[in-house]
Design a protein around this ligand. Sequence first.
Ligand code: SF4
Length: 427
Amino acid sequence: MVQETKTPLINARLTRREAIACGVAGVAVVAGAGAWLRGLFSKGGDIGSVFRGDAPKGDLWELWKQRGWVKEGQHYMKLGRNVQCTICPNNCLLEPDDRSHCRNKINKDGTLYTLAYGNPCSMHIDPIEKKPLYHFYPGSRSFSLATAGCVLRCLNCQNWDISQRKPEETKDPRGPELRLRPPLPAGLRPEDMARLSLFPDDLAAVAKATGCLSISYTYTEPIAYYEYTYDSCKAARAAGVKNVLVTGASIEERPLRDLAQHVDGAHVDLKGFDDEIYRKLNSGKLQTILNTITTLKKMGIWVEIINLIVPTYTDDVAVIRRMCDWLAKHAGPDMPLHFSRFHPQHKLTHLPPTPVEILLQAQAAARAAGLRYVYVGNIAGLRDSGTTFCPGCRQPVIERDVFAVTANRLVAGKCPACQTKIAGVWS
Ligand code: SF4
């Protein structure tokens, strides 16, 4: 299972239960007007559904603005009094006072705003191996954060308590402002998280002050808090801090290209290779995710893929084989692939963990497809499941124990035994 790294400074992960205990106000879903839009744009399943009339109003809206937690959207169209977001394939069409599918965008008087700006609901300092990125500055620390909301609806989401929440369910703009920036406070209590602000320039400074080489936009979905991600990436790049997206990759081409020019590494969650199952399990569209992978590769971003194998959904080895063939052909044999073991959670608690045998079959299929770096994660005691082997001489060049690098024998990015270059970003 995923282990959390806790530090004296940053250990404040606010769960829904804690948020309620802190008195964070939720906003009731209000059935609003716009039935004709619902009919017109309903795409089946849970893809692209929006929350009618659910934008914050009155004092809550005013306080949210005063805190600086509101920013105009970056990619959208004005359609009279309505707006349409063009960041992800949900393409939410919002009437005034509607809330988006990802829960953090609203239409106020014909303008699209994000409510997830400078207001993370979760922060940690993690080893980069936890993302997981195994070929990107191994052993370094990454300042990791998220806001509420997500563009997907994965039945097996491990962070559903923040990904399937509105910003107002995780943050509280009442009370004294708490702005995180150097000099850093000695510690933060979980309840501080609800009122804490962390704006893009401050984020880069905090990452540096905490000894982090990179910032990871993670846990929920950086595409859902796009404007915050974008401004933070720009500020971090200017400050010499690397940027890492940990993403489900459900994003349209243009916003992707705009964002990716400021990104250094990406961990892409390719959740399967069957479009119908993708829609059912994740409310996503396979082709969009494949497009994102090829675009990131073409733009020179370091990319690693994770594939969580969910029993009865994505455990068909023939489909996994097709996925591996596609990756080898379109992303190249050097792109690392991490298979991950499913553990029962969220809406799939009735399913068992992924059998080890299936994970090993998937690993064998990936190697047979020509992929050179294949790992198995989220499982204890499986020998060499996180070891990087030289594709030239098969010697272990990087060894790991869960998220810790226990040996790194690379010399200038090469195998010390046979001098084969190991793909990755090493220094
Ligand atoms: S990013 Fe959010 S608001 Fe924009 S289209 Fe996607 S789900 Fe809708």
